[in-house]
Design a binder for this molecule. Sequence first.
Ligand SMILES: *[C@@H]1O[C@H](CO)[C@@H](O)[C@H](O)[C@H]1NC(C)=O
Ligand SMILES: *[C@@H]1O[C@H](CO)[C@@H](O)[C@H](O)[C@H]1NC(C)=O
Length: 239
Amino acid sequence: MDGQVQTLLNRISLVSAAVATLSLLYLFSHTSLSCRPLDPRHRDALALTFARTPFPRSSCEAAARRPLPPDKRSKRLQSTRDWRRRVDSYAALFATLRSRGVLGNASRVLCVAAGAGHDVAALWESGVGDVTGVDLVDVPPLVRRCDPHNLPFFDGVFDLGFSAGLDEALFPARFVEEMERTVRRGGGIVLVVERCSSEEEVEEVRALFKRSTFLGVGNATLVGSEMTVIMMKRKSTHP
Ligand SMILES: *[C@@H]1O[C@H](CO)[C@@H](O)[C@H](O)[C@H]1NC(C)=O
Ligand SMILES: *[C@@H]1O[C@H](CO)[C@@H](O)[C@H](O)[C@H]1NC(C)=O
């Protein structure tokens, strides 16, 4: 009887070991997917399943920080009047963030869902030296590719997280969670969303934040659109 139990126990532990090994292999094989171009249909499923892979902050940052000679395509894009108009629009918004003390030249800023990088360009031009722009599509040298729902940065490495892309986020709560994770305690998070016409609409956005306190709300015009700017501060006590 004891022998049988022992055999059974041995089998169980063998099976457990096999399962653990397989899970590990599975994790490893999928972890390496995170920074490869993904089929957009699978991207979000992957992002959700393999959330928060700890990458060095430098993986997306190295190229984005250098004032690179832009390639021909982006040079042409950036010489258009529309580009200038958009960058200037962001510059005006950032000027108000400076006056609120949320942003300075020494701030390490993360722009999430940065699109073509108008916000990144505006920050650079205004003298902010450390700006990282990310979005689903690579736009060198301003914007590096990664999923806003699964940022490849360590916790707390930025002073300010900025995004005008929450309205398009597939999973707004996850989007905000990742910004809160990557911004240091006491740092700022600023979201620009479609104009909120009521306190309830502002509250909807505020409620997405779990680790931040409310700093303020304001109206702004961004590239001709009436927007609401919501400013939060990462709690200094909460992990
Ligand atoms: C920020 O940097 C820009 C460009 O170097 C400079 O013109 C500006 O005075 C700086 N602002 C502050 C507050 O130091
Ligand atoms: C922003 O504009 C809306 C109307 O578009 C108004 O109801 C609201 O009071 C304004 N908020 C602030 C902070 O000025």
